[in-house]
Design a protein around this ligand. Structure first.
Ligand code: NAD
Length: 426
C-alpha cells in the first residue's frame, strides 16, 4: 500500500492540471521544507526512563509562519505528520490565512500515561523542538488526543525556555493563558456553517436529513451536537470503542453530557464509550460508514474509507471533518457513485481559522467576545466555501479538486511574488 503522503500528493497532481503555475512552484510544493525527528526522554512515575519519538514538519512557509496541530497517537510517524503538514499548507491558503502548513506528533498511547507523565512528555517535546518553532516561525495547536491543557503546558514551557511570555507560539490554549473564545468548538462550528449552507443547494432540509458521525472527540461531538440542535436527525455516532445507531435519531445532548461527565483522569481521556446510554443498536465503525444515511461525517482518523469499503458507502454527502479520511482510490469510487464529497481542507478549516484569530488576539493583547469570533469565522468559512463552489460550477470537477485549485492559486501567487530565491544557489 502506498504511503499516506504519496496518496495525499495525488490530490495536488490532479489540481495542477487545472492551474497555470510556474514549474518552480509546483516542484517546491512536492517536498516538505523541513522535517525534525526528536527523541524525548521522560521520567516515568515508577522512576524508569522512557524515550518517546516526536516529530515536527514545516511543509511550506511561503505565505507565513507554519501552522498546525500536534497529535498524540500510537500510529504517529513521519509519513503521517508530513501528510498532515501538507494538508495544512493547502488549508491555510484556501482560507487565505497568513500561514504556511506544519504539523507535529508524538508516537504514544496517551491513555496509558498518568497526568504527570503526560505533562513531562509535553514539556519534553517543546524542549526538543524549541528552536524549530516560535510565534513568527511555526505555531502549534491541538489535534487528536491533545487538548487545551496540553497546549497550556506547551506554551508555558516555550515561555520558560525563551524567558518571556510567548502566547503566540501555541493556539488552542486555556482562556486564562491567552486562549480565544470559541476555539474549543471552532472546527465543528466552521464545518457546520458550510454544511448548513451547502445542503440547501441540494434541496436537503434538516428535518429530513439523517446523519452519521464517526469519531466522538473534540470535532465529532460538537458537529453532532450542532446538527442535532438545528433539527438534523443524527442517527449514529461512534468512538474508538464502537458505535451506536438508532433510526429514530439519538439524543446527542445527553450523549455529549455523558461523555463529558465521564472524562476520567488517568491522563485526561474518556475511558467510557458512548455505547451504553441510550436505546440503540450497537454497530462497529465499519458498519457506521456504510449506513443508509443522507450525510456521513468522518471525524476520527485518516484512511477510513478505502477501496475496500467505498463501494458500500450509501450516504449522498460526505463532509470530511477528519483529515484524510478518504483515500484517493476511494475518491474515484465515491465519485462514480455520485456521492458529493466535501474535502477536509475546507470542512475542518474552522479550527485553524479561530487559531489564527487567537494568534492575532495574542499579538494585539485585545480579546474578542464569542459572538465576534463566531462572526469572523462564519464570514471566512462561507466566503471561501462559495469560492470553491464557484470553481466547481466553472470546471465541473470534484469539490476536493476545486478546493486544491483555490489554495494552489494563492500559493502560486505568493511564491511568484517572492521569486525563486536563486541567489542561494549562485
Ligand atoms: P479527539 O482526540 O478529540 O477525538 C478523536 C475521536 O476519534 C475520539 O472520539 C476517538 O475515540 C475516536 N477514534 C479514534 N480512533 C477511531 C476509530 N478507529 N474509529 C472511530 N473513532 C475513532 O480528536 P479531534 O481533535 O476531534 O480530531 C478528529 C479529527 O479532526 C482528526 O482527523 C483531526 O486531525 C481533525 N481535526 C481536528 C481539529 C481540531 O481543532 N481539534 C482541527 C482540524 C481537524
Amino acid at each position: 500500500m502506498s504511503s499516506l503522503f504519496a496518496d495525499a500528493s495525488l490530490r495536488l497532481e490532479k489540481a495542477l492540471q487545472y492551474v497555470t503555475i510556474s514549474e518552480d512552484a509546483s516542484e517546491r510544493l512536492k517536498y516538505p521544507k523541513a522535517s525534525l525527528s526528536v527523541s524525548i526522554p521522560v521520567r516515568m512515575d515508577d522512576g524508569s526512563l522512557k524515550i518517546f519519538q516526536g516529530y515536527r514538519v514545516r511543509y511550506d512557509d511561503t505565505r507565513g509562519p507554519g501552522k498546525g496541530g500536534v497529535r498524540y497517537h500510537p500510529s504517529v510517524c513521519l509519513d503521517e505528520v508530513q501528510s498532515l503538514a501538507f494538508w495544512m499548507t493547502f488549508k491555510c491558503a484556501l482560507l487565505n490565512l497568513p500561514f504556511g502548513g506544519a504539523k507535529g506528533g508524538i508516537t504514544v498511547n496517551p491513555k496509558l500515561l498518568s497526568k504527570a507523565e503526560l505533562e513531562r512528555l509535553s514539556r519534553g517535546y517543546i524542549e526538543a523542538i524549541a528552536d524549530f518553532i516560535g510565534p513568527d516561525v511555526d505555531i502549534l495547536a491541538p489535534d487528536v488526543y491533545t487538548n487545551e491543557m496540553i497546549m497550556g503546558w506547551m506554551m508555558d514551557q516555550y515561555s520558560i525556555i525563551r524567558r518571556r511570555i510567548s502566547p503566540g507560539v501555541v493556539t488552542g490554549k486555556p482562556l486564562t493563558m491567552g486562549g480565544s473564545q470559541g476555539r474549543d468548538t471552532a472546527t465543528a462550528t466552521g464545518a457546520f456553517y458550510v454544511i448548513n449552507s451547502v445542503l440547501p443547494q441540494f434541496n436537503q432540509k434538516p428535518e429530513t436529513t439523517t446523519v452519521a458521525v464517526q469519531g466522538f472527540g473534540n470535532a465529532g461531538v460538537e458537529i453532532a451536537h450542532l446538527l442535532a440542535k438545528s433539527g438534523y436527525k443524527v442517527v449514529a455516532v461512534s468512538d474508538s470503542q464502537g458505535g451506536i445507531y438508532s433510526p429514530h435519531g439519538l439524543d446527542i445532548s445527553s450523549i455529549r453530557e455523558y461523555k463529558r461527565k465521564h472524562l476520567s483522569i488517568k491522563g485526561v481521556y474518556c475511558h467510557n464509550t458512548v455505547c451504553n446510554i441510550v436505546e440503540h443498536e450497537n454497530i462497529t465503525n465499519e458498519q457506521l460508514l456504510t449506513l443508509d444515511v443522507d450525510v456521513l461525517i468522518p471525524a476520527a482518523l485518516e484512511k477510513q474509507i478505502t477501496v475496500e469499503n467505498a463501494s458500500g458507502v450509501r450516504a449522498k454527502f460526505i463532509f470530511e471533518v477528519a483529515n484524510g479520511p478518504i483515500t484517493s482510490e476511494a475518491d474515484k469510487i465515491l465519485e462514480a457513485k455520485g456521492i458529493h464529497v466535501f474535502p477536509d481542507i475546507l470542512i475542518n478549516a474552522g479550527g485553524v481559522t479561530v487559531s489564527y484569530l487567537e494568534w492575532v488576539q495574542n499579538r494585539n493583547g485585545l480579546y474578542w467576545t464569542l459572538k465576534e469570533v463566531q462572526e469572523k469565522l462564519k464570514e471566512k468559512m462561507i466566503e471561501e466555501a462559495e469560492a470553491v463552489w464557484k470553481i466547481h460550477q466553472e470546471l465541473g470537477v470534484s469539490f476536493r479538486t476545486c478546493a486544491y485549485i483555490h489554495g494552489l492559486n494563492r500559493l502560486n501567487m505568493a511564491m511568484s511574488a517572492k521569486g525563486t530565491r536563486d541567489y542561494y544557489m549562485s
